[in-house]
Design a protein. Structure first.
Length: 239
């Protein structure tokens, strides 16, 4: 296959997946916030803006700084810390308590875009075997499993809660294993743009954050914490 065709496949996969994830996740946040009042709508809009700014900064980082094992650490730690702390604020908890959980889980289907790593090994041969097989098949498995888990949640089937936990554990484990595998087996090919945008944004940083948001939303909805109760709790904490 031509180099031009391979570039088209990589660019379409990376930017297509990133665009879909941001569009759908932002839409879910805003839909959930609509019934919760102006504070929730305002926060959802700020989160949406923050996600877009983060994506833009990650794009610049991937172009200018590039990728090495050390560079992944701040790109992973900073958004995860901010995002996790935000999830436990009263207004964000209201939004997660109202978000469509099965749609949030189904969004995890985007992880099949990790098949680009398998393409990079089996077709173009520019990725190391150890990394490509670990990261590629792990992503594909996570993406495929997102749909039956989402269906179980949608239909409120027995075991849905446990399925969410197991699915998130598989997904997060894969996102941790991928950069470790790259460091062990070599990052050749992965350092090239736009493939390096995956470990710097679309993969571990955003992927783990979505899993944590899913777990937080599942816990809130399982415990039936209504928006009014969350708002009251938030006022008591503030006082």
């Amino acid at each position: 296959m031509s180099t031009a065709f391979n570039l088209i496949v990589v660019y379409a996969t990376v930017f297509g997946a990133a665009g879909i994830v941001l569009h759908v996740f932002i839409g879910l946040l805003r839909d959930a916030a609509q019934s919760l009042g102006q504070d929730a709508v305002s926060l959802a809009n700020r989160i949406s803006t923050g996600l877009l700014v983060w994506a833009f900064l990650a794009l610049l980082y991937a172009l200018v700084v590039g990728l090495n094992f050390v560079s992944v650490i701040p790109m992973l730690a900073i958004p995860l810390t901010i995002g996790t702390l935000l999830m436990f604020t009263p207004t964000a908890s209201q939004i997660l308590s109202a978000i469509s959980l099965h749609k949030l889980i189904a969004l995890g289907f985007y992880r099949i875009a990790g098949a680009i790593f398998l393409y990079g090994y089996y077709v173009t041969g520019n990725l190391s075997r150890g990394f490509a097989l670990n990261a590629g098949w792990g992503d594909v498995l996570t993406g495929v499993l997102a749909l039956p888990v989402a269906f179980m949640v949608w239909k409120k089937l027995p075991g849905a809660g446990s399925a969410i936990v197991v699915w998130c554990a598989i997904g997060i484990s894969d996102l941790i294993l991928a950069p470790v595998s790259a460091n062990i087996y070599g990052m050749q090919g992965l350092v090239d743009f736009p493939l390096n945008l995956i470990p710097l944004f679309l993969g571990p940083p955003l992927g783990i954050l979505l899993h944590l948001a899913t777990l937080r939303a599942a816990w809130l909805q399982k415990n039936r914490l209504a928006p009014r109760e969350l708002r009251t709790s938030g006022k008591r904490v503030a006082s």
